[in-house]
Design a protein. Structure first.
Length: 370
């Protein structure tokens, strides 16, 4: 299986881009990264599968949780302590592994154009499609977070992003920004990663305004950069991942559970929890993806293959399934035990079938959602 270099989502590649920055020779880890980029990386596909299933699970409840289903609220809080940090780590890992992070200045315009097509355009098109779909479906079904007007929808989508009616697509815009800024910062650092790392650290520590997803850019840049550092460490990182799994995975569980119980989801405590759990999730979940039998899981491999389209379309399918089920079954209490697996299947299988039966028939949409 091959995946697209241009996407910079956490995917593999069949070959590296050209590299080099400011005439400075890349570090030895970069040579190892380029070599590995030529080979299939099944562990990244499985890791993507783990990550995207966690994303879908976190999206089962958009706003008010069902009464009598405290178990889900606890697990959702636990997942949100690390899952997007891990996803951003994978994106950084692949961006550096493929050489895209070290795109030289003459190729920056081409890089921006390609990233805009693969990330910025889907953000806008699918964000608007989600808004339109909510308006249409709300005439017949219960729908979460329906915008009150067109202006409110557009303002939330691109500016007042805390009230976005399509919050789930934030990751794509953040990734676009990181993909186009990273080569510039590496070039400015004369091919070294000190400047990029320093910027990531400062962004994480300094409060950012909650407009245009600037708060999410500030919070998740550090995980993208850590993924890049892991990729450039080459086989040293992978050996450390394999050797440390016996303690990193239990540590992740303990830290996440303790964080959910002890720390609120706001303020500096939230930032501390996200950083600690996010960092430990990198070796823990990447190592888990390399461990049998998960390393041979067809379910995770399939989910990893269709990561992008699942990310784009999981919330509309979850919302549609929820709206239909609410005509037949109560959302609260024991009823949610039926909702949860049905919504998980809808949020994963629905996008996959849409990709295979519809999007693949339109070349423009097929390329955009690969």
């Amino acid at each position: 299986m091959t995946v697209d270099v241009e996407s910079a989502l956490p995917t593999q590649t069949s070959g590296p881009r050209s590299v080099g920055a400011a005439g400075v020779a890349p570090p030895s880890g970069r040579v190892e990264a380029v070599t590995r980029a030529r080979a299939r990386r099944g562990d990244l596909d499985i890791a993507k599968g783990i990550g995207i299933l966690l994303v879908v699970f976190g999206h089962l409840v958009a706003r008010t949780p069902p009464h009598g289903a405290g178990w889900y609220s606890f697990l959702k809080d636990a997942v949100y302590a690390f899952h997007m940090a891990f996803f951003m780590y994978l994106s950084g890992y692949v961006t550096f592994m493929t050489g895209a992070a070290r795109t030289p200045p003459p190729e920056w315009a081409s890089l921006i154009r390609k990233r805009a097509f693969r990330l910025l355009l889907p953000f806008l098109l699918f964000g608007l499609a989600i808004v339109a779909g909510k308006w249409a479906a709300s005439r017949f079904l219960y729908v979460d977070n329906v915008p009150s007007s067109g202006s409110q929808a557009l303002l939330g989508l691109v500016w007042d992003t805390d009230s976005s009616p399509a919050t789930s697509v934030w990751y794509i815009l953040v990734l676009f920004v990181l993909c186009v800024v990273t080569p510039v910062l590496i070039w400015a650092g004369r091919g070294r990663l000190y400047l990029l790392t320093a910027v990531a650290a400062v962004l994480y520590l300094v409060p950012a305004p909650h407009v245009m997803y600037l708060d999410r850019i500030a919070h998740f840049t550090v995980f993208f950069v850590l993924g890049g550092l892991a990729a450039e460490a080459g086989e040293r990182w992978m050996r450390a991942v394999d050797r440390s799994l016996w303690w990193t995975l239990p540590a992740l569980v303990v830290l996440v559970v303790a964080g959910v119980w002890l720390l609120p989801f706001n303020g500096w405590q939230m930032s501390a929890k996200l950083f600690v759990c996010g960092v430990i999730s990198m070796p823990a979940l990447h190592g888990l993806a390399r461990l049998r039998p998960l390393a041979r899981s067809r379910i995770l491999l399939t989910a990893g293959t269709y990561t992008f389209v699942i990310y784009l379309l999981n919330t509309p399918f979850i919302g549609l399934a929820k709206g239909l089920l609410m005509k037949l079954l109560a959302w609260d209490g024991a009823g949610f035990l039926v909702y949860a697996p049905v919504l998980m299947v809808a949020g994963t299988l629905g996008p996959i079938l849409t990709k295979r039966l519809l999007l693949q028939r339109v070349r423009f949409l097929d390329r955009m959602t690969d």
